[in-house]
Design a protein around this ligand. Structure first.
Ligand code: ADP
Ligand code: ZN
Length: 530
């Protein structure tokens, strides 16, 4: 893009057309671009594939000087920069993949004002050497803006926490007049507030796009004979289509891929234990060939831009709702109908809980991981619209979608109103200070050490719930959390407290229904126990 010497800067639309080759903006892109180009701060929440990059790339070209883009992923930086350079934009990156000479050359270009955009890793940005350079740019009025990509990395509660991101609050202190735009595709309400706070963007204008992917049909089935169920799903719903099958372990990836091949399907494995060449080859084949099925761990998918993936299947529970959303979001990027299919069983939850318990992480982190898992289980056990659940997680209200299994085939339910009321009143009577485990002990009248120690055998809710077993109670509590009738206090040992939304149920003005497990399943687990 020729550096403009004229006084009037090129318009956003002009740049969109002539540099990037697109005829029109998408969604809120134009509003964001104009806001930032005019010097405003912005916090942008937009799903993956929504088009976040242009939101800072175009203002970077509209404003004088160089835009600094903070990005945590070396691979993504390289992709972005190559694409920009190809489009004629003067872009470069600075990260640990460059040797000393290459890094010096980039620094010189920056100093000489030869860059429109510079992508930089956060730890590099914070070095005194780099900050000196930024000071020089500021003093010569050649700092266009700061873009902070993957802004959720600043959140300690998130799964991608990067401590260097915390230091980015230095930017508004040191460069108060330079506009900042923070962008992320994964942020529940809590994380959103945390981003705004930690990056000093509470005053920034927020642009929240819908996270809905209406062309994706969500289906979650009980695990029975998972491989066979997967095969039936593929044969009946998406024969000869490109898809991704996610498994938790490398071994299961290998076995599932081999088994699908035996069944005559065109499937390949992908996981971090394979050689670099093998992975690259399988990825290229997935992108180029029609109707290939990639059986993979979550190592696969980041930054893969294949628009016509027709299905994403999960043979194991993802780790969180965000994970599920990101992974299923790789289906149907072209906007045509696509499917997100998952088989899950209670055993998966047990397994993941054990993995959390046995991990080396801090207690605090484990608590969060357990909570994330519970919220996800809330989704798989839901009896109402899956999409509503998913969107509610991102703080978005919506009606039933008509394009998920629960909308299309409403499940059988049992009336858990009475149980839920007992649970809520137990939360209340014990002072809203305990987690589900202890509350269930109280409800079931278990004289555990903790119950006796706190004197909970003497409160009115002690022993009023022994008609349900522990597993059923777990379901009740999980759904109370999932539907936000109770809130979890992460900082106090996952203690539960009532929310305003619990009132109608406590007053007898609302009902509470839970999915009925299929008799076959329950019969099976009973006979196993014997
Ligand atoms: P995100 O960072 O939000 O995941 P990207 O910025 O990588 O999304 O954009 C996703 C894809 O959409 C890219 O291929 C990009 O070129 C394309 N895209 C973005 N904005 C537009 C637009 N206004 N018109 C057409 N394609 C667009
Ligand atoms: Zn629905």
């Amino acid at each position: 893009y020729p550096a403009s010497t004229s006084r009037t800067p090129p318009s956003a639309l002009h740049i969109l057309e002539h540099v990037f080759g697109y005829p029109a903006f998408r969604g809120e892109q134009q509003a964001i671009v104009e806001h930032v180009a005019a010097g405003g701060d912005a916090l942008v929440l937009m799903p993956t594939g929504g088009g976040k990059s242009l939101c800072y790339q175009i203002p970077a070209l509209m404003r004088d000087g160089t835009a600094i883009v903070v990005s945590p992923l070396i691979a993504l930086m390289q992709d972005q920069v190559s694409a920009l350079v190809e489009a004629g934009v003067r872009a470069a990156f600075l990260n640990s993949s460059l040797d000393m000479d290459a890094a010096r050359a980039v620094e010189r270009a920056l100093w000489d004002g030869e860059l429109d955009l510079l992508y930089v890793a956060p730890e590099r940005l914070m070095t005194p050497r780099f900050l000196d350079q930024l000071d020089h740019l500021r003093d010569t009025h050649r700092l266009a803006l700061f873009a902070i990509d993957e802004a959720h990395c600043v959140s300690q509660w998130g799964h991608d926490f990067r401590p260097e991101y915390l230091q980015l609050s230095i930017l508004p202190e040191r460069y108060p007049s330079i506009p900042r735009i923070a962008l992320t595709a994964t942020a529940d309400r809590q994380t959103r507030e945390e981003i705004a706070e930690r990056l000093n963007l509470t005053h920034a204008r927020r642009f929240v796009s819908s996270f809905d992917r209406p062309n994706i049909r969500y289906t979650i089935v009980d695990k029975d004979d998972p491989r066979r169920q997967l095969l039936n799903f593929i044969r009946e719903e998406c024969p000869a289509q490109a898809g991704i099958v996610y498994c938790l372990s490398r071994r299961k990836v290998e076995e599932t891929a081999a088994w699908l091949q035996e069944q005559g399907l065109n499937a390949l494995p992908y996981h971090a234990g394979m050689t670099q060449e093998m992975r690259a080859e399988h990825q290229t084949r997935f992108l180029r060939e029609d109707g290939l099925i990639m059986v993979a761990t979550i190592a696969f998918g980041m930054g893969i831009d294949k628009p016509d993936v027709r299905f994403v299947a999960h043979l194991d529970l993802p780790r969180s709702i965000e994970g599920y959303y990101q992974e299923t979001g790789r289906a149907g990027r072209d906007g045509l109908p696509a499917q997100a299919w998952m088989a899950w069983g209670a055993q998966d939850v047990v397994q993941q809980r054990r993995m959390i318990d046995e991990s080396e992480a801090s207690e605090e982190f484990k608590r969060l991981a357990r909570n994330r898992l519970d919220v996800l289980v809330g989704l798989v056990e839901a009896t109402t619209c899956r999409r509503q659940h998913l969107l509610a997680y991102f703080g978005e209200e919506s009606g039933p979608c008509g394009n998920c299994d629960n909308c299309l085939n409403p499940p059988q339910t049992w009336d858990a109103t009475e149980a839920a009321r007992k649970a809520l009143s137990c939360v209340y009577r014990t002072g809203q200070r305990y987690g589900a485990g202890h509350l269930i002990d109280v409800l079931r009248g278990e004289l555990t050490d903790k119950v006796v120690e706190r004197g909970h055998q003497d409160i009115t809710t002690f022993g009023i719930g022994n008609e349900l077993d522990e597993k059923r109670w777990r379901t009740v509590f999980r759904q109370l959390v999932a539907r936000e009738l109770v809130a979890v206090d992460h900082e106090r040992y996952n203690a539960l407290r009532l929310t305003d939304a619990a009132r109608p149920l406590l007053r007898g003005e609302a009902e509470f229904h839970l999915r009925l497990e299929r008799e076959r399943e329950r019969g099976k687990s009973r006979s196993k126990r014997r």
